[in-house]
Structure formats: structure tokens, C-alpha cells
Design a protein around this ligand. Sequence first.
Ligand code: GLN
Length: 216
Amino acid sequence: MAYILGEREFWGLPFKVSPAVLVPRPDSETIIEAALALLADHARSWRLLDLGLGSGCLLLTLLHEFRAARGVGLEVSEDALAVARTNAAALKVGDRAELLLGDWRRPGWRDRLGGPFDLLVSNPPYIEAAAIAGLMPEVSRFEPKLALDGGPDGLAAYRAIATEAPRLVVPGGRLLLEVGEGQAPEIYKIFQSTGFTAEAPWKDLGGIDRVVSLKY
Ligand code: GLN
């Protein structure tokens, strides 16, 4: 439906969508809720990073809420990046956002991002590759596989991010990562092995541990 209408609301803000991006979901608003609680001074000039922008709903909503923050976003799909740029301009946060094309599956992907950042957010692909065909048809048939496919065990993107995360955030900085149902314990382990401290997960509206919080 969102692809037909070309728009979906997220955190009360209108986001343009196309079949190149995942449709923003209420579950992902959990990241915004956590960020607003953890970065309590909303007027500070926080430095934010979003890996896997899609529509831009995470980074652009954060820039809308943290009025003095600046953000960098990475996106692998040129078509998705164009959607995110359109949304950045429409939400009037484009002057504080640097939206870049890049692929965390390639070595050296971190080099152009700058930083270090106070907060890294991501809703990476986390569905086990073999499970995609069994998802609801509106997801499996219409949403971009690139935004869903987390490799054989669903965790490939987290491993790639964990490898570079220590060089992307400041000491005391945070990661807020959306995860699939039941994945939180494994993902905590992956990031603890690269020097992060686990904090309590954040639950979505269905009571599922949806966002893992990690402190550097
Ligand atoms: N939440 C999405 C779904 O269940 C998956 C999004 C993702 O892989 N990041 O369809």
C-alpha cells in the first residue's frame, strides 16, 4: 500500500517511499524512542551515523528531533539514496545530513564516513536468507531483498558493522541496532567481542526485544 501511495508516516513525519526502500515500520520507532531517552540533551550538537539509510527514516527523524545534530548516512542502493535525499530536503534537515553511497560488505567502507560519532544507528538486513520466501507476501514479493537478507544466519550485517564500530564511535558513544525476534543475545555477543558493553534492550510495541543498546 505504501508503494502505491508513495508515502508512509514514521514518528509522525511523512516519508516518501519507493520499491527501492523498506517501508518504515512502527517497530523501528523504538530506535528513536531509545535515542531520545539516552541522549537526554536534545539541543546538543550530537554527531550521528546511520548505516543502511533506506528511506532515511532513522537518521532524518533523529536530525528533526535533535535540532543541532549533524548526521552521516550510508546507503548501498543508488535508488534508495535518492529517496533518502528527497526526504532530507522535504524535512528541511538536508543541510545537516551527509548522505553517501557505500557498501559495508566491501573493505575500506568506513574510510569516507568521518566521525567518530556519538551515536550509531542501524536497521540492517536481518532475515535469514532461506526464510525470506516464507515472509508475508507484501514483504517477500515487493520489498527490496537487499534490505532484508541478512545472510545464512541473518547476522552477516552485524558482523560487518562490529568489525569497524570501535573506530566509528567516541569513547562513551552508543550503538542502537534494530534486531530480529530472538537475535538480541547473539548480537550482544558479537559486539561485546569488539569492546562494547551491553545495555538493556528496548522492546517494541509487541513486547519483543527490538533494539540492542551498546556502549563503547
Ligand atoms: N522488520 C522487517 C520485517 O520483518 C525486517 C527488516 C530488516 O531486515 N531490517 O519484515
